[in-house]
Design a binder for this molecule. Structure first.
Ligand SMILES: *[C@@H]1O[C@H](CO)[C@@H](O)[C@H](O)[C@H]1NC(C)=O
Ligand SMILES: *[C@@H]1O[C@H](CO)[C@@H](O)[C@H](O)[C@H]1NC(C)=O
Ligand SMILES: *[C@@H]1O[C@H](CO)[C@@H](O)[C@H](O)[C@H]1NC(C)=O
Ligand SMILES: *[C@@H]1O[C@H](CO)[C@@H](O)[C@H](O)[C@H]1NC(C)=O
Length: 522
């Protein structure tokens, strides 16, 4: 129905109430229990089922990173095609896999734009001769409603992907649609860096962004949906994020976010181990600047029955020992006004709280200016200040969630009646400052009605004030998080590698499973 309305309205530009329907799939890949053909077939049939179910509803549908084919089943990916990829054309690359064609056919059949992520096989240039004989990229492919390829993006910021190649320069991948929206897209870890994610927004003016993810959540500041929602907020963009669903490996998190109107749909799988194959749909405003146009989120399960076990294997921010922090005393009806500084950042906190429930846990206020090392010599400088939950008086326990002696990790522990943070963040050309909030309810961020945010520039700093609008009993994190891209001074050496060891283990395991198939099939 919308499509007809839009065709009439598109010449005069988007007017009030114009939407497109977007779908993102949270998707659990099958990793074991068959030959590589069988696994691929299972992944593919899961995709085809979800695409068919979105038919007639969605204008665009996004699947996550690394949930379809493995390096044993590579496919060539044309940069763009005139015709649908559904039918083979004379002169086509012989390495285009049949599963890629089947997905092109599915896009055509369901009449929607389809974004998927594959392991791509590409030819080496004439000068290069690696032992392998070809290049492997981690690649997003976009099909239009006819099944033709309209965009291709090869991941730039690789995360522990040792046998994957990179393009010479980061690519800025965009495509325009018949509903008048131009999307930019990238992959998972790219979202933590300036190139190319932030460039799409700041240099090309992209307002609708797509990200395919297999993201390992980390407390207190970087769980998947929390980060997606904060990023969309800070950049004032609509964001479609599709996440791989492997809770035991720490991976889950999908959502559709509308700039400063918050989440329109989202899913974090926190209380079961298998993961999900689930389609989330939402009507997304064509004009991201239109205030209050989005439909608020449908009823989310608000953990009515608490006492859940946390099944999502979370990482912990590795640098907590470097934070300047202050522990809140857990005494009924407490309040405090506190100023904490570190390096060039000072923050002022005001809080009123009271412990509730039988096992009140504890909280700290903290400020940090420091270098965040991710993997493989990738850095950001982080400037943050905020409140975050801890297990006990030790800083090492902050960002760990544990079932308590008397209940689940998501039980109410402390009620914050009032909470505000004011920070002065230095200007730098490349930075993104976002609200970073997460609650015990499925690890979702606060919605815009629950907090206020104001930002004011002066000569050398940005003043940011963030305030809780209503009392809350399920806060894990309430913070202002500044990612100062590529400001690091370290230039390589030093810096302990932090928590992601677990994640590395999982990747090694996934690699071993692939190896086993390889050996068996030889
Ligand atoms: C299904 O997807 C996962 C993730 O890409 C992959 O490891 C698994 O092997 C897939 N099946 C195959 C063989 O492509
Ligand atoms: C691609 O990656 C392989 C495996 O890491 C490596 O041997 C090869 O040199 C890379 N090729 C280029 C052009 O970077
Ligand atoms: C605090 O919690 C951490 C992490 O759960 C635990 O290892 C440590 O023993 C606890 N310390 C105290 C003093 O209870
Ligand atoms: C901002 O400028 C003022 C006045 O020049 C100076 O006192 C202050 O230290 C500066 N603040 C930062 C964070 O650089």
């Amino acid at each position: 129905m919308f499509r007809v309305l839009w065709l009439l309205g598109c010449l005069s530009g988007a007017s009030a109430g114009d939407f497109y329907t977007a779908g993102v799939a949270e998707f659990r890949p099958l990793l074991m229990g068959g030959s590589s053909e069988q696994l691929l077939a299972d992944n593919l049939s899961g995709y085809l089922e979800l695409i068919a179910s979105a038919s007639g509803q969605a204008d665009i549908l996004v699947f996550p990173e690394a949930t379809l084919n493995s390096v044993l089943q590579l496919t060539a990916v044309p940069e763009s095609t005139e015709q649908s990829l559904c039918e083979a054309q004379p002169g086509d690359d012989e390495y285009i896999a049949s599963f890629l064609r089947q997905l092109a056919c599915a896009a055509q059949e369901a009449h929607l734009y389809l974004v998927i992520n594959v392991k791509e096989r590409a030819e080496e240039s004439k000068e290069e001769h690696s032992p392998r004989g070809y290049l492997v990229y981690n690649t997003n492919v976009v099909f239009d409603r006819r099944g033709a390829v309209v965009s291709r993006y090869r991941k730039w910021n690789l995360y522990l992907e040792p046998s994957t190649n990179r393009t010479e320069l980061p690519q800025l991948a965009t495509f325009s649609t018949d509903f008048g929206v131009t999307f930019g897209h990238f992959v998972c870890f790219d979202m933590l860096f300036y190139e190319p994610a932030q460039e799409l927004v700041e240099q090309l003016g992209i307002r609708h962004v797509i990200v395919t993810k297999m993201f390992n959540s980390e407390l207190p500041f970087l769980t998947a949906s929390q980060f997606q929602q904060g990023w969309a907020w800070a950049n004032r963009v609509n964001l479609l994020a599709a996440g791989a669903s492997l809770p035991l490996a720490g991976m889950s998190g999908s959502g559709i976010y509308a700039t400063r109107q918050g989440a329109l749909a989202r899913l974090m799988v926190t209380d079961q181990v298998e993961g999900e194959r689930k389609l989330l749909l939402a009507s997304v405003p064509l004009n991201p600047d239109e205030e209050e146009s989005a439909k608020p989120l449908d009823e989310e399960p608000q953990s009515p029955e608490k006492g859940k076990t946390m099944s999502l294997k979370l990482l912990q921010q590795p640098d907590l020992q470097e934070f300047t922090t202050w522990e809140l005393p857990m005494v009924a009806s407490s309040s405090v006004v506190k100023r904490l500084c570190q390096a060039d950042l000072c923050c002022e906190f005001e809080a009123q709280w009271t412990p509730v429930g039988p096992a009140p846990g504890t909280y700290r206020l903290g400020v940090w200016v420091g270098e965040r090392r991710y993997e493989e010599e990738q850095y950001s400088t982080i400037r943050l200040c905020g409140l975050f939950a801890c297990g006990n008086s030790s800083v090492d326990s902050c960002g760990l969630v544990a079932d308590t002696d008397v209940g689940g990790w998501d039980d109410d522990q402390v009620e914050f009646v009032y909470l505000s943070i004011r920070g002065e963040f230095v200007h730098k050309p490349r930075r993104l400052i976002m609200p970073s909030t997460v609650t015990r309810s499925h690890l979702y961020a606060l919605q815009p009605s629950q907090f206020s945010w104001s930002q004011e520039e002066s000569a050398n700093v940005t003043h940011i004030e963030m305030e809780l609008r209503q009392a809350h009993r399920q806060l894990l994190t309430f913070a202002i998080y500044g990612n100062y891209y590529d400001e690091h001074a370290g230039g390589g050496a030093g810096g302990e590698m932090g928590a992601p060891k677990d994640h590395y283990l999982i990747l090694v395991l996934m690699g071993m499973v692939t190896m086993m198939h390889l050996i068996r099939e030889r």
